[in-house]
Write a new protein. Structure first.
Length: 304
């Protein structure tokens, strides 16, 4: 059987460890030529090291695949564009981008520094834009290409202490949808994946209470390798009619997430005043309010 990504050129950002590493390994196993991007920083983005990306490239080559390392940061436009240039310089084209790179700077909102907010936005949201924007010009010319962006239930649903991360991850949903709308005419697809997996970043979750410890133990059951197959599928020609969607992966479960749509309306023929909204409008809508849930409140069953 032909491999699903045979001879395609794929960029995976943040591919030195965790989910990104598993995606890079699977894409290579499926026949892709892979640009393994990772500056090798810590979970909060500090520092750098060539080792993570180089080690993944060596592993791919050892398994008979083709890959090249790239150490640029996605958080600035020019370095991010060089990731795309690495693909074209080495392999002559680009067929898929996986925007996986990320950092965490968790803090309760009123204590969160401006720098902590901006740095997370830069890597996740701006990084996804910078790499995608550089790739989009190539996609437009060749009239084909696929994007896989990483979102999170921290943005889709909610979590404590992650205003920066949640804002970035929900912003990525809007970015992906806009790319799907703007570039569909050029046979370009854009989708989001929300992963549930134990990674170095998830390892920063507090474990001070029994409930928090139990939650982390459940997450540890979910290996990052479980996320890779959906990403490889979305990059393949088999997914040529799948775009603008949000998928979740949790162990052996795959979810399709809903997207924002009106859920209820109220009407008053003579228009509204602040008083009539308080008396009639808001009481009528309150029954359909979204709860202030966290991810753990919604996904209450054990990973399958």
């Amino acid at each position: 059987m032909a491999k699903s990504l045979q001879d395609k050129v794929i960029i995976v950002t943040g591919a030195g460890r965790g989910i990104g590493r598993e995606i890079a390994l699977l894409c290579a196993a499926e026949g892709a030529k892979v640009v393994v991007n990772d500056p090798g920083g810590a979970a909060d983005g500090a520092g750098s090291s060539a080792s993570p990306a180089e080690e993944v490239v060596e592993e791919i080559k050892k398994r008979g695949g083709t890959a090249v390392a790239n150490f640029e940061s996605v958080a600035e436009a020019i370095p991010a564009s060089k990731i795309v240039k690495t693909a074209t310089d080495h392999f002559g084209r680009l067929d898929g981008v996986v925007n996986n790179a990320g950092i965490l700077r968790d803090m309760i909102f009123h204590k969160m520094s401006v720098e902590a907010f901006e740095s997370v936005i830069k890597v996740h949201l701006m990084g996804s834009f910078y790499v995608s924007h550089a790739a989009a010009r190539l996609y437009r010319e060749q009239e084909s290409g696929s994007f896989v962006h990483f979102t999170s239930t921290s943005g889709l649903i909610g979590n404590y202490g992650q205003a920066n991360y949640a804002a970035a991850k929900l912003g990525i949903v809007g970015l992906s949808k806009s790319i799907a709308l703007d570039m569909g005419r050029f046979n370009v697809r854009s989708n989001c994946v929300s992963p549930f997996a134990w990674t170095r970043m998830i390892g920063t979750i507090p474990t001070e209470t029994d409930a928090e410890k139990a939650r982390v133990e459940k997450i540890k059951q979910m290996g990052p390798e479980k996320i890779a197959p959906v990403c490889a599928y979305l990059l393949s020609d088999a997914a040529n009619d799948v775009t603008g969607q949000i998928f979740g992966v949790r162990m052996n479960e795959i979810f399709l997430f809903g997207q924002h749509r009106p859920v209820r309306s109220v009407h008053r023929g003579e228009g509204w005043t602040p008083e009539t909204i308080a008396e009639h409008g808001m009481p009528a809508l309150k029954g359909s309010f979204s709860k202030l849930d966290r991810s753990a409140d919604v996904f209450t069953w054990d990973p399958i």
